[in-house]
Ligand binder design. Sequence first.
Ligand SMILES: *Cc1c(COP(=O)(O)O)cnc(C)c1O
Length: 487
Amino acid sequence: MKREEDFEALARSAMERAVAYRTGRHPPRPTADLETLRARFSIPLPEEGLAGEAVLAALDAAAEGGLTANTQPDFYAWVMGASHPVGVVAEWLATSWGQNAGTYNTAPAAATAEDAVSRWLLELLDLPRESSVGFSTGATMASTICLAAARSDVLAQAGYCLEQEGIFGAPRITVFLGEEAHATIYSGLRYLGFGDRDLASIPVDEQGRMQPAALRRALQGHDGPAIVVCQAGHMMSGDFDPVGEIADIAHAHGAWCHVDGAFGLWSRTVPELVSLCPGAERADSWAVDGHKWLQIPYDSGFAIVRRADAHRRAMNTSASYLGEAPWGARTPSQFCPELSRRARGFAAWAVIQSLGRQGIREMVQRHCNCARQLATLLREEPGVEVLNRVVLNQLALSFGPGLPEAERNRMTDAVAAHLARQNRVFLECANWRGRRVLRVSVISRETGPADIDFLAGEISAAVRAVSAREYPPGQHRPGSVTAGPRD
Ligand SMILES: *Cc1c(COP(=O)(O)O)cnc(C)c1O
């Protein structure tokens, strides 16, 4: 930006563009294809700088149609939040202030806001109040941070100082995790130096939940340092590993218990749902997202570690040039890998304050009610099968029950393709337990019962359209076939 440029005019222009976007209605799926976006963005490197307003206008025009409308209530794909408006404007302030949240001295207000948010989180999620909290980009990094603390701690228990001796001569650590652990857990473990041979896969049930008896057997036959990774909120079924029980089993064998609770841990804010995740507070570390159910703008995640000393040992950055913080002040870089980074605590502080405990509870409860409402509506629909028991906010759908498996998968893809062409709701497919499934994640801030009625109608219409095309009258119709190879 050129020095003489007026920040006020630029900020107002950005604000007007943002307001136009957020108050407008957009097709939930991007409509611009890769070629179009490339043609707009991949312009020759400018020699001369442009005026700020021209850059802003160019950016707005280039991104047009290339945006995923996850800020809208008709978005059900993956597991994503909607960037709460209060978080967005708090983020504007934070970037305007230009704070570097690496240390207390570089950004005292940011460090103090993080401290306050940490306490709120422990209270909201009812986790041990002595835990330390690292502010990360998301649950992937939050789990990675927690697992780094776990790695250091279980090695220390085995009499090996990782910080002194390094990873290469260390005793082998075995990581026990459910067969359906989230893909990002494997990424985190890889960054930390674990290979496939270090992993022990524990069988899960039809909802994807780790079987505690199988874990107990596996740990009984094991000697040496161990970490157990469990999951609160399965990305297909939304269901929970029996986290408290798993933590007890892990501890009986001297293992560290980490919980991937990216979205599911927020169920602990709702009295009617706390029974889904009993005893989660007995684990040693927890990864949870801010940018999913809490709706904080991207990116926001929290690495929560019961033993702050293990957390610090794994992450601490210290150097004389960074100076000393006042006694008792938070040093953010002790709890995450980065030194310089943006001040994530401000938006988190603003969003939690804007929602309040009641607002968070109401939203999580409403989304779970919506998921059940959708399951009820779809179960009445011939040709649709809800594969999971709907305990949280996730549904896994399959189409053409009774058809041979391959045809059923084809039908599921065809229904998904129809919905994508209509582009009135956004859903995505995945593979689960050897089957193609259409996933529904009810997690967007404003989604409510009327949106779910609309979604159910869209899905039913898609099933009817695909059935009529693929199975014209007189032929088998999905749902009316009496037996397929699988049934
Ligand atoms: C989304 C998710 C992750 C990854 O979180 P990011 O915020 O995308 O890094 C990990 N585990 C579970 C269960 C998730 O749903």
